[in-house]
Ligand binder design. Sequence first.
Ligand code: NAD
Ligand code: DAU
Length: 352
Amino acid sequence: MDKKKILITGAAGFIGSHVARLFVNKYPEYEIYNLDKLTYAGNLENLKDIDNNSNYKFILGDIVDSVFVTNLFREHNFDGVIHLAAESHVDRSIENPMDFIMTNIVGTVNLLNAAREIWKDDNKDKRFYHVSTDEVYGSLGMEGFFYEDTPYDPHSPYSASKASSDHLVRAYHDTYGMPIIISNCSNNYGPNQFPEKLIPLFINNIRNNKSLPVYGKGENIRDWLYVKDHAVAIDVIYHGGKIGDTFNIGGHNEWTNIDLIRVICKVMDKKLGRVNGSSEELITFVTDRAGHDLRYAIDSQKLQNELGWKPSLQFEEGIEITVDWYINNQEWLDNVTSGKYQKYYDKMYGNR
Ligand code: NAD
Ligand code: DAU
């Protein structure tokens, strides 16, 4: 029997690389294709341990290019899509919304159109899994949680572009019978996250004795989930979720930014052998992010009840593992911050 072909978009990025590794290692009966444009956030070094596996292939390409995407689907006739490719950083979306509109909205529609065409005669066993964010639900006060039926209320160009893509994915299900599944996840942390996001940025800055820019008063609250737990949730939902359904994924692990930053400082002082309290001296309060959402908190009870998923790691354990990873992979940090890796991979993968 032919192997099932699964396209994972954005698998050179942070979460996508953990999803691709899980699928390549767990499912030798699948052929996993990683379609990635290798933007600043995409780094094939994240996947070097599976690069030579016979059931893994990298495809360099842009989901915004509809002709390329259509031809790719015609050539490979994928059985499933797990769509993670996106512009993902809120601050960048405030600086330059257009990249977010193109990749997150137009790119998603290009994938939907291509899947619709190749699955038009029979989509019974197919799946288009769209990976989304809790930011589509907007901002909570100090009480309550986001549920799967919480109305959308995005505030940043990033979250508005993700909300738009979610609506389009659901519209393709309702209008064309596209076999879709969506999940909305809270903030991820762990190895391989680009050091522009809070946790790796602050680890890297502490390492280099640079200031830690805390937006506003540091009172905003995020619900943190270890990235490998998100990857497991995606596996569970891809295989067990009902077509047309939505699942929230979260860690039940809320922290104000300032408390979280103090934990990072403490762990870093210990790991680097510095005097306890010295990293905290780097904390600098700066102008708040425009439209800064106060609080995110996910209720993931549906996923736990229906598919038996729950986070495997306590935060204290996850943050230790994460800090260790960045300290042991300083070359990775230096490469992604210097841009050197891009030249390296042009050379290595330019002709693939
Ligand atoms: P990331 O920025 O680390 O990686 C994104 C990947 O997409 C990169 O490899 C990049 O090269 C690729 N990409 C970007 N534009 C592309 C294009 N036009 N064509 C092809 N590839 C392109 O992102 P991440 O943090 O791993 O997030 C992955 C997905 O998960 C996103 O859809 C994001 O919205 C969602 N998500 C992220 C979080 C989080 O905390 N990071 C939480 C919930 C949901
Ligand atoms: O909730 C899921 C979302 O989490 C994902 O959809 C996004 O892709 C991901 O980037 C993340 O968004 P946030 O904006 O919550 O993450 P970020 O790491 O940028 O910021 C976390 C919090 O820390 C937020 O309240 C802003 C604050 N912050 C961030 C940075 C980069 C600072 O105070 N200083 C900083 O320098």
